[in-house]
Design a protein around this ligand. Structure first.
Ligand code: GTQ
Length: 354
């Protein structure tokens, strides 16, 4: 009876006489629900995800070392997975999402492929490297949010003379939960470029779109949200808009075609916390991954405090209260599976713990 999966109503004494029945039932692939119900339908979220931080200064040397032992071509993607210690060996940063730091050296190409899983790239370091998606290249700069929609050909290349690093976020664990994954390699390292650089931005990046456009995907057709513009929006917003007690000045990335989230499975945000801002405690059912872009501060989650600065990454598990404290003006990118939860009517949040 040590098992906490039992329904609350089950009588431990009476259970002793039921073993013979349970044995026979098991041989027919039958399990009594009352012995497992407590672990299946929970009173409240109980995530295996552990609040964890990855300090950029500590992980960067490992990325450089990885460059000495394997090429991008051999690795397919030279990525060090940010693995949540609560789910060792599963390549998850939260229960539903994957995250990893990808590094690509001057002249390298991470070869073209496509998969059902959608990916986001959040650029950490470097310049003059590109991601090509469906025949169009976008050059990446630190703080840019770049998207690879489901089942689109993509490859990455570095045309600069320095390494390029970005954080990958993928929804592959959602895809795999439903056993819906396919993947295909392109026969060449790069797939053909068919559109000029800036084509998607011209079509959708100016609060306009071509007449007659019909969406063929639930993902935004803009595949690079440059940091320069995101930063400018936050800066201008902060001059006149009311500040949110939980979020500071926080904006979601949207799909300009329908006003919804930029991706169908991963929600993404950028927020500005003014110096000395201390957020009101908040919790929600989406485990969140945060990346500091600028400034310094700390995030308090339960009995843990994560001090953060540029390029540090940390997670807050589902339904755990957290608070941010900014010691300078600070900018934070974040992502979670919230959009998927909203579509399924799962999402809940709570502002304040009083
Ligand atoms: O760049 O396509 O971190 O396919 C993991 C799987 C990156 C990618 C990852 C991938 C990619």
């Amino acid at each position: 009876m040590a098992d906490d999966g039992f329904a609350h109503t089950v009588n431990p004494e009476a259970e002793k006489g039921r073993g013979e029945f349970y044995g026979r039932a098991a041989s027919e692939n039958l399990t009594p629900l009352w012995r497992v119900l407590g672990g299946l339908v929970l009173d409240q979220p109980k995530s295996p995800c552990i609040a964890t931080q990855w300090k950029w200064n500590e992980i960067r040397p490992y990325l450089m070392e990885a460059c000495n032992i394997i090429s991008a071509a051999e690795a397919e993607r030279r990525v060090l997975v940010l693995e949540n210690p609560g789910m060792k060996g599963e390549s998850r940063i939260t229960r539903s999402l994957f995250a990893g730091m990808q590094i690509i050296l001057p002249g390298e190409i991470a070869p073209a492929h496509r998969h059902v899983a959608s990916a986001l790239r959040f650029v950490i370091e470097g310049s003059n490297a590109y991601t090509a998606v469906s025949g169009e290249r976008t050059m990446m700069a630190p703080g840019d949010f770049v998207i690879t929609p489901s089942w689109t050909w993509h490859d990455h290349g570095n045309l600069s003379d320095k390494p390029m690093v970005w954080l990958d976020g993928l929804d592959m664990h959602l895809v795999n939960l439903m056993d819906a994954g396919f993947r295909e390699a392109y026969p060449d390292a790069s797939h053909p470029i068919k559109r000029p650089e800036g084509a998607a931005e011209a079509e959708f990046g100016y609060n306009l779109m071509p007449v007659g456009y019909e969406a063929t995907s639930q993902t935004t057709p803009i595949f690079n949200y440059p940091y320069a513009r995101t930063r400018e929006a936050l800066d201008k917003l902060a001059r006149f808009h009311a500040i949110d007690a939980c979020f500071g000045y926080k904006m979601k990335y949207i799909n300009p075609v329908d006003g919804g989230w930029a991706m169908p499975t991963i929600s993404t945000w950028m927020q500005l916390l003014p110096k000395d801002f201390k957020s009101m405690p908040y919790r929600s059912t989406d485990s969140v991954i945060f990346v500091c872009v600028e400034g310094n501060g700390k995030t308090i989650v339960g009995d843990k405090t994560f001090e953060w600065g540029p390029h540090d990454v940390w997670t807050v598990p589902s339904w755990q209260f957290y608070e941010h404290v900014a010691s300078t003006d600070a900018v934070i990118f974040s992502f979670s599976d919230r959009v998927a939860q909203e579509k399924l009517d799962f999402f809940r949040e709570q502002r304040g713990n009083a």
